[in-house]
Design a protein around this ligand. Structure first.
Ligand SMILES: Nc1ncnc2c1ncn2[C@@H]1O[C@H](COP(=O)(O)OP(=O)(O)OP(=O)(O)O)[C@@H](O)[C@H]1O
Length: 238
């Protein structure tokens, strides 16, 4: 379970996240939506201990989060992507990242993660020669190989081709079906509509709407609902 309580994040005098609260329960795939600069990545970075909140609290599986918090072992994260060592192969990079957990190789869901990443023989190639899409797939593999209870994915479909996007979608649905908690940000609303059970819409740092997807849609496409929600908050602010 993910809990965000009155979270604010400032960068100097700018406020990127403004008293944001929401929860994501096990079994849910929650889409974190919002226009460019709404504060989605800032929220996710605080949520997984990569940056500190200016105010408020975040928790995962009932435990507080901070850099190196034990609960983060149970979280698969894709944000900006880790820095892969360019002269090592994809597989060697996964081993290196896994070694930081102090647990024996291989990770519990390595095969499943590699199947989804679909890198095949590229796994043996140096990551310095990877395309952006290959890098994204290796990043996904490192997030999934630990068989996490919670997934926090910032625009995971970036750079993936349509077949891979579909495989990812099926994976997220299956993971939530097994009791996992998934928070995923995206600008690809038609894609998100197929996978999300819930959505949180941010606009200029604030919560603009949240709830089960069906309630937010009210019979509209997610694109129409999103534009109505974010336009409404622009009018209200103006
Ligand atoms: N490290 C930083 N230093 C200063 N300002 C930042 C930093 N990171 C983000 N911001 C600012 O905070 C605001 C929110 O950015 P954030 O990346 O969280 O939005 P986002 O919703 O993820 O956007 P996008 O959809 O474009 O990825 C923006 O105004 C951005 O310029």
């Amino acid at each position: 379970m993910i809990r965000v309580e009155s979270l604010s994040k400032r960068y100097g005098r700018d406020i990127a996240v403004d008293r944001l609260s929401f929860t994501v329960e096990p079994g849910q795939v929650c889409a974190l939506l919002g226009p460019n600069g709404a504060g989605k990545t800032s929220t996710m970075r605080v949520l997984v201990g990569l940056s500190t909140p200016s105010a408020g609290r975040v928790g995962i599986l009932g435990e507080p989060v901070g850099l190196g918090a034990p609960v983060l072992r149970r979280v698969g994260v894709l944000i900006d992507g880790p820095a892969f060592v360019p002269h090592l192969s994809g597989l060697a990079n996964l081993r290196l990242l896994w070694s930081a957990t102090g647990r024996a190789w291989p990770p519990p869901a390595l095969d499943e993660a590699l199947a989804l990443a679909g890198l095949g023989a590229h796994l043996e190639r140096r990551t310095g020669r990877y395309s952006m899409g290959m890098r994204q797939r290796l990043t996904l593999a490192q997030a999934l190989m630990r068989d996490p209870d919670v997934l926090v994915l910032d625009e995971p479909a970036n750079g993936l081709d349509p077949a891979e996007v579909r495989a990812l979608r099926e994976h997220l649905v299956a993971r939530a079906g097994r009791g996992g908690t998934v928070l995923v940000s995206s600008h690809q609303l038609a894609e998100v509509q197929q996978v999300a059970t819930h959505a949180v819409v941010m606009d200029r740092g604030r919560l603009a709407a949240a709830g089960p997807l069906g309630d937010l849609l009210g019979g509209r496409s997610l694109e129409d609902a999103f534009l109505a929600i974010t336009e409404g908050s622009t009018d209200a602010a103006g």
